[in-house]
Design a binder for this molecule. Structure first.
Ligand code: SF4
Ligand code: SF4
Length: 472
C-alpha cells in the first residue's frame, strides 16, 4: 500500500503506485489540456508530483515537449543561473563483495586489478587533483568489510581535508559508499562530509534482486532505506540516482521522484542532488546486454522533466556522457558536472597508465579540466568551484529554504566568479585565463546589489594579490 512517509521501502516506492502512474501517463500522453495544466503548474516553480512529471515524460505532442524544454531551461536559469559546479570522482578501492551484474568491480570478476589506495597514494592522488584545480571530490569505494571498513573511509576523508599543496585545498568531500548503519552515517557526518550519495541503480524490486544476486547489496529494503538512515544519522544532504538502462526509464523516473517525495514527507528536506548516469561499457560488461538502454533524446527529456519536477535539487552528469550530450543537456537543468575524471583506483597520479584495467566504466569525455573549463565558458556557462554553502553551514533544510526563496542566486553567482578567478590564477592555461577574465568582468556587472558587487570586486583584487578562499 502506497505511503509516502512510511519508513518501509516497499511502501514509499510502492510497485502498484508506480504502475498506476505509468498507466496514467500513457493514457494522457496526447491529452493537450492536461499537459497544458501540468506545464502551467511547473511554471510556478514549485515542483511537480511524480504523476504529473510522468505525464510530461510520456508526452507525445511535439509542441508540448518543446514547451517543456523551454521551461526547463528557464527554471535552470532562474534557480542556478549560468553557473556549473565542477567536481571529480576519486576512487579509493575497487575491492567489493557485491555481485552487481553491470559493474566490473563485482566480486567474481577475476580479470580486473584489485587496488586500494594507501594514505601515501591517496595523498598523491589528491595533490594531482589539486594541481588540476579541483576543490570538490566525490569519494567512491566498493563494499568490503575488511578492505574498506568505515575506519578506512574516515581516515581517507581526514587525509584529504588535511592536504595543503601550493594554493590547493579540497574543500568539500562528498561520499558515495555502500548503504550502511545509522551509526556509521553519524561518523561520516562527524568527519565533515558534504553530500552522501547512493545510487539506487533500479527501483524495480524484482529486477533489483536479479541484478544484485549476492552480497549485502542484494537486500532491496536495506539499500532503498539507506537515505532514511543517513538522515537519521544527521546527514541532511543526500544524493539520489538511478542507473538508466537497467529497467524501463519511465519506471525509474516515477520511482525516483517518489523517493524524493518520501524524503520531503518524512524528513522535511528533499534530495540535495539527483544523478543521471547511463549504463556504459566496461570490463566484463556489455551495455548491449541490457535491453533498456536509452537514446540521447530520451536522456535529454528525462533531464528536462527532473528539472521542472524538482527545481531545488541539483542535477549531476558525469564524464560517462560525451561532450555532445553534455552540450545538449547542460541548458536543460544540469547544475554539476565532473571534469577530467579517472574511474580507476590511482588514475590521477598515474595518467600515463591509461586506466590500467581497474576502471569502473569507460569515460566518454576525456578532456582535461582546463579544456572543460574553457569549453564551458565558450558555451556561456560559468565554471564554479564553489563550496561555500556547506562551509557556511547552509545544508539540508537551511540550504533548501535559501534556494526556495531564490536568495541563493545572490551568493552563487559571485561565489562562482571568485572561485573561477582562483582557478584562473593558479591553474589555467593562458588562453583559458584570458577567456575567464573577460567573462568575470562581464558577469560582475550582472550582480544586482551594489554592495555585493563592490565586495566581489574587492575579493577579486585580493585573489589577484594571492589571497584565497573568499566567499559569500
Ligand atoms: Fe561493488 Fe558498487 Fe560495483 Fe556493485 S556497483 S559491484 S557495490 S563497486
Ligand atoms: Fe552551491 Fe552554495 Fe556555492 Fe551556490 S553558494 S554554488 S549553492 S555551494
Amino acid at each position: 500500500m502506497y505511503d509516502v512517509a512510511s519508513p518501509h521501502a516497499e511502501e514509499f516506492i510502492d510497485h502498484a503506485e508506480v504502475m498506476a502512474t505509468l498507466d496514467h501517463a500513457r493514457a494522457h500522453a496526447r491529452d493537450a489540456a492536461l499537459l497544458d495544466e501540468i506545464l502551467a503548474r511547473a511554471a510556478l516553480r514549485k515542483g511537480l508530483t511524480h504523476r504529473e512529471a510522468s505525464v510530461l515524460l510520456a508526452c507525445e505532442l511535439p509542441e508540448k515537449t518543446a514547451e517543456l524544454y523551454r521551461l526547463a531551461h528557464q527554471i535552470k536559469l532562474d534557480f542556478y543561473g549560468n553557473r556549473i559546479v565542477m567536481f571529480a570522482p576519486l576512487y579509493l578501492s575497487n575491492y567489493c563483495v557485491n555481485s552487481c551484474v553491470y559493474c566490473p568491480y563485482h566480486a567474481k570478476n577475476r580479470h580486473i586489478a584489485r587496488k586500494k589506495l594507501t594514505q601515501a597514494e591517496l595523498r598523491r592522488e589528491v595533490i594531482a587533483l589539486q594541481d588540476m584545480g579541483h576543490k570538490r571530490l566525490a569519494l567512491e569505494a566498493g563494499e568490503h568489510p575488511t578492505q574498506n571498513p568505515i575506519e578506512y573511509i574516515l581516515e581517507c576523508i581526514d587525509t584529504i581535508y588535511g592536504i595543503r599543496h601550493k594554493n590547493g585545498a579540497i574543500r568539500r568531500v562528498n561520499v558515495n559508499i555502500a548503504a550502511t548503519t545509522v551509526e556509521e552515517y553519524r561518523l561520516l557526518r562527524q568527519a565533515g562530509i558534504g553530500t552522501y550519495i547512493l545510487f539506487q541503480e533500479t527501483y524495480h524490486k524484482e529486477s533489483y534482486e536479479k541484478l544484485h544476486p549476492a552480497g549485502p547489496k542484494h537486500d532491496y529494503a536495506w539499500h532503498t532505506e539507506a537515505m532514511d538512515r543517513a538522515m537519521r544519522g544527521g546527514i541532511d544532504d543526500v544524493g539520489l540516482g538511478v542507473l538508466f538502462g537497467l529497467e524501463s526509464y519511465s519506471y525509474e523516473f516515477a520511482a525516483l521522484l517518489m523517493h524524493a517525495e518520501h524524503l520531503e514527507a518524512a524528513f522535511g528536506v528533499g534530495p540535495h542532488t539527483i544523478s543521471v548516469p547511463r549504463i556504459k561499457r566496461a570490463d566484463d560488461i556489455d551495455p548491449a546486454a541490457f535491453a533498456n538502454g536509452i537514446d540521447d533524446e530520451t536522456f535529454a527529456r528525462i533531464c528536462a522533466c527532473i528539472r521542472v519536477a524538482v527545481p531545488y535539487t541539483g542535477m549531476i552528469i558525469s564524464t560517462r556522457e560525451s561532450q555532445a550530450v553534455r552540450e545538449r543537456v547542460l541548458p536543460l537543468g544540469v547544475s554539476q558536472i565532473s571534469g577530467a575524471s579517472r574511474t580507476s583506483v590511482g588514475g590521477y597520479d598515474r595518467p600515463e597508465d591509461p586506466e590500467e584495467n581497474s576502471a569502473q566504466f569507460d569515460v566518454s569525455d576525456r578532456r582535461s579540466l582546463d579544456e572543460v573549463v574553457a569549453w564551458l565558458m565558450e558555451q556561456g556557462h560559468i565554471p564554479s568551484f564553489c563550496t561555500a554553502c556547506y562551509r557556511e553551514g547552509r545544508t539540508g533544510d537551511r540550504f533548501m529554504a535559501l534556494c526556495k526563496s531564490r536568495q541563493i542566486l545572490n551568493c552563487c553567482h559571485p561565489n562562482a566568479l571568485l572561485t573561477l578567478a582562483e582557478y584562473l590564477e593558479d591553474y589555467a592555461a593562458p588562453g583559458t585565463r584570458e577567456l575567464g577574465r573577460r567573462l568575470i568582468e562581464r558577469e560582475l556587472t550582472r550582480i544586482p546589489g551594489n554592495k555585493v558587487r563592490e565586495r566581489a570586486r574587492a575579493y577579486l583584487e585580493g585573489i589577484a594579490r594571492g589571497e584565497r578562499d573568499f566567499r559569500f
